[in-house]
Design a protein around this ligand. Sequence first.
Ligand code: NDP
Ligand code: OXD
Length: 301
Amino acid sequence: MNICVCLTGISPAPWVISLRKALPDCSVTVWEPGAGLADYAVVWQPPQQFIDEQCNLQALFSIGAGVDAILQLQLPENLKVIRLDDAGMAVQMAEYVCHAVIGYFRDLNHRADVWSYRKTRDRNDFTVGIMGAGVLGQRVIKTLQMFEYPINVYSRTVKEITGADCFSGVQGLFKFLSKTDILVNLLPLTAKTENILNYDTLSQLPSGAYVINAARGAHLVEQDLISLIDSGHISGATLDVFRTEPLPDSHAFWHHPKITVTPHTAARILRGESIEQIVSKILCLEQNKSVTGIVNRQLGY
Ligand code: NDP
Ligand code: OXD
């Protein structure tokens, strides 16, 4: 069996070494133009040329949860695209979101220079609204519930989640937003969700709401967020993902006093867990067994 690795912006060598160790009978190579045909590929943001040349693939394994960059390519109709399920990312995302929510709610993000207490806030008045109740969203919801925040959830299909108010559909979105004090975006980037955080939607949030975007930069119309923060309607934001990454030096987000920027680090890809999962799925596919994480290419996630 031949496996090729094509990772844009990520050093492939450690992945190749680990895959060879886990699958000693397989040939594992780094893809380069003109390389021989592989049966499986392990990829991050592969170029179209890779897809065009690798016409024998049975499955394409993304080393991330989001597959938007892969689905933008022209792919053969029957090629399976398989995402990572969790692989150590969900707990990290829960840490990231809880850090941002608690930092904002408890007003912990300023350096004290005098001994004074801030007015306490009532957590019952702080509903956290999570957009996306998938692998990451579900873990975030569960973790936030341990801190007893009221939770709203927005997803494509109707959900029932204990202790949370669930919304779906276009009508549901505006209702969800109007009852959300801290908005957390964990949607996949698809044709339906691109630019979903824009002036119209963000204006539905109650005055003083806070925004956390840890999904994809293209969900957010950046200038609309800045306008709403500058007008006072939104009190601030924590942003991990951006339309252009790395975030350009000249970008207004860097120096905005009410915006916290992190470098797409909310949930890092963990090589050990990821390889373990990919290897076990390759072995299942080889035995014609089903695997989880196959992306629905029509839905885009
Ligand atoms: P999943 O695919 O597991 O879940 C997606 C959720 O979004 C589902 O609940 C789905 O609804 C909902 N959804 C999809 N489309 C819509 C829509 N049009 N309207 C409303 N809800 C919708 O994704 P994950 O939880 O694994 O990951 C989410 C995203 O997080 C990834 O796609 C990636 O972009 C980002 N990410 C960011 C990282 C970072 O470090 N910043 C790290 C890892 C991922 P339903 O349940 O009804 O299907
Ligand atoms: C992912 C990411 O999608 O790291 O996994 O953003």
